[in-house]
Design a binder for this molecule. Sequence first.
Ligand code: MV4
Length: 448
Amino acid sequence: MFSKILIANRGEVAVRVIRACKEMGLRTVAVYSEPDAQSLHARLADEAVCIGSSHPSESYLNIPAIISAAEITDADAIHPGYGFLAENAHFAEICESCDITFIGPSPENMRLLGDKMTARKTAEKVGIPVIPGSPNIIKTKEEAIKIAKKLKYPVIIKASAGGGGKGMRVCHNDVRLVSSFMTAQQEAEAAFGNADVYLEKYLERPRHVEVQILADRFGHIVHLGERDCTIQRRHQKLIEESPSPAIDSKLRKKIGDMAVKAAKTCNYVNAGTVEFLLDRYGNFYFLEVNTRLQVEHPVTEMVTGIDLVKEQIKIASGMKLLYKQDAIKIKGAAIECRINAENTEKDFMPCPGKIDIYLPAGGPGVRVDSHVYSGCTIPPYYDSMIAKVISYGKNRQEAIDIMKRSLDEFIIEPIKTTIPFHKHVMNDTLFLRGDFATDYVERLSLSE
Ligand code: MV4
């Protein structure tokens, strides 16, 4: 086992990882940017090293500065959290070449799965259902039109280096396809340094369901059930839950087995998430694999009783997974609401600033993952998520009741947050019925 871990991240996830390390008796090193000098992750870690200025490229994406911080503090492993360098195969390689363990999948895993077209082909080859689409990268607009004709409109253009909804475009006819095809290529080149795009039939009003997997270095792989992440806005998830109200134990086994098969095919190691779209008939389709710990991982931890961060660390240190698939049981229900510093009345506009009062909810069935405290300042340079409230109950209804009570208890002043939005959803008939698709938030705003 390691003795000291550097956390190459900030905010809520850095705090989450430090907490796991402390419980495991491991020493921790925080890295922070200049505006984060007073942040909770820097305070909670045993040591803290300033790695640069506010701009992410100067600090949390600054590989030489992070490696130097690990060397001077003698850290033997780096946990990347999510975002920033978490899915950067090059960074993982540099860590290994400096004899520092990267806590996550192998660089090969990240390269293969970071290329969404290759990931899709790999899944298809082993019999995992994928959405009908182009067999390869599309080079010309003529080719795009030909394939769209076969698939029938609507179709969706996806950037192969994208993922998470970045660089996607829905098209309903040839004219739109041609113009979107060019701009999608340009955007993909600008955003990812890779212009490759491909086409898929566009599935309307699906649910977004993802399966958590854990894989050790000995090829032992298990799944930990699914999370329903359907409730999102512009590809930012807002509410996640486990189990999914749309999945019964039979479908759970099927989708779980598919996720494990996908991971096995890639020789996957560490924690990962296999994303699927689910249509209203219970058909599911492989989308992509996320090679990191996800923001919404706590709902899985609540219903399985397994600490995913501790498992990530154990796997990276070469330990065997102690769980067999049969031993993993989904018990109760968990819901996570993301509290963002955003004004929900002004199109979810970010509202950073000083927080004078922060009084989180507590009590039975409530977990709050956050780096916020009274008197702290939310800098404008990073994402606007400031806390996650996770409720856990014996069933979905109890988890909702606990979430409602928690949202009422929470006090964050004076900045605007997404709490009013969550309170509204927790009382919405369709949400209560579990009857929603990816257009849920749009429809909510329209009906007001
Ligand atoms: C799709 C899709 C419908 N049809 N692909 C979004 C995240 C990324 N991993 C893949 N995503 C989607 N891919 C096909 N063929 C719908 C989504 C999608 C979505 C699309 C538009 C607006 C919101 C969405 C929310 C979740 C998933």
